[in-house]
Design a protein around this ligand. Structure first.
Ligand code: NAI
Ligand code: A1CAB
Length: 263
């Protein structure tokens, strides 16, 4: 399968790295990236070819990983090159509905909308997949295969994608934000930054592994919280400072921004 990634930025490169790590051959992957230094760096790091959109149109799968406001321009240019070629078009752009993608492409073009996340870079991604109206079951399976190669995926209805974005799409940033703040807290307590970083990173890795056993998050939190102990003192601060409410509001704001971008 020949796949061309259009837009080799943060998320595009994370997917590319994940696919190469999962065994996709560099010869089967290409990128369209107009920023010359970026394209050169991608070629040097990953050994994949840089091509133009006309050549991308002759791939089996085209993954659009440009910013949402750049999608319309890319689709317009790509549509012109699609005569005689019918690649599967995958878009990872936030807030860009299937109907908008399909309207910009020749009728009957197979489109799949995906919301991935950056842990795909290390094979631990989480992706939501929304099949377009002309995408066959085999084409949806192809996209699932691509996303499962770099983590896990779920097929969802488009009405759920803003909620999914607010958890798994943007979620890594919330966790990095917490990690960064915890490291700062450790430095305030007299640890070196390196010591605090090692402690926090392994605590995230271990806690994620525990969560992945399926034990509910609330039960895991209770197991750490000894009566009248240290954790209870910390969690009381978080509650008093409205951190739980802040997370509810953050998830809501993220989903609402996705809905706003879709309009
Ligand atoms: N960063 C993330 O964690 C996630 C991003 N996304 C989506 O992925 C898309 C890309 O986001 P980022 O990677 O964060 O942005 P980015 O700005 O890092 O990457 C965009 C890339 O597209 C390139 N580009 C611009 N115009 C182009 C064109 N006409 N043809 C080809 N390439 C072009 C840019 O030079 C840049 O390298 C967005 O639509 C975003 O909503 C989705 C899920 C997660
Ligand atoms: O911040 C954004 O808009 C993109 C979409 C999900 C994660 N990053």
């Amino acid at each position: 399968m020949r796949l061309t990634l259009v837009g080799a930025g943060a998320m595009g490169e994370a997917l590319l790295t994940g696919w190469l790590g999962a065994g996709h051959a560099p010869a089967d992957l290409a990128v369209v990236e107009p920023v010359r230094e970026r394209a050169d760096a991608i070629q040097a790091r990953h050994g994949v070819r840089a091509v133009d959109l006309a050549e991308a149109a002759r791939s089996d799968v085209v993954v659009l990983a440009v910013k949402p406001h750049q999608i319309a321009g890319v689709l317009g240019e790509l549509a012109g090159g699609l005569a005689g070629a019918a690649p599967l078009i995958v878009s990872i752009a936030a807030g860009t509905p299937v109907a908008q993608l399909e309207a910009a492409l020749p009728e009957g073009t197979a489109v799949v909308r995906v919301m991935p996340n950056t842990p795909a870079l290390v094979g631990q991604g989480m992706a939501g997949i929304v099949p377009g109206t002309a995408a066959s079951a085999d084409q949806v399976d192809t996209v699932r295969g691509l996303m499962d190669a770099v983590g896990r995926s779920v097929v969802i209805a488009e009405k759920q994608i803003d909620a999914l974005t607010a958890l798994s799409g943007s979620g890594p940033a919330y966790l990095f934000y917490i990690a960064d703040a915890m490291i700062e807290g450790g430095v305030h307590q007299g640890l070196t930054r390196a010591e605090a970083t090692e402690l926090v990173v392994q605590t995230f890795v271990g806690s994620a592994a525990l969560l992945a056993t399926g034990t509910p998050a609330a039960a895991l939190r209770e197991q750490v919280t000894s009566p009248a102990g240290t954790t209870a003192a910390a969690l009381r601060e978080l509650d008093e400072r409205g951190v739980r409410a802040a997370f509810l509001a953050a998830v809501e704001a993220c989903a609402e921004r996705g809905r706003e971008m879709s309009r």
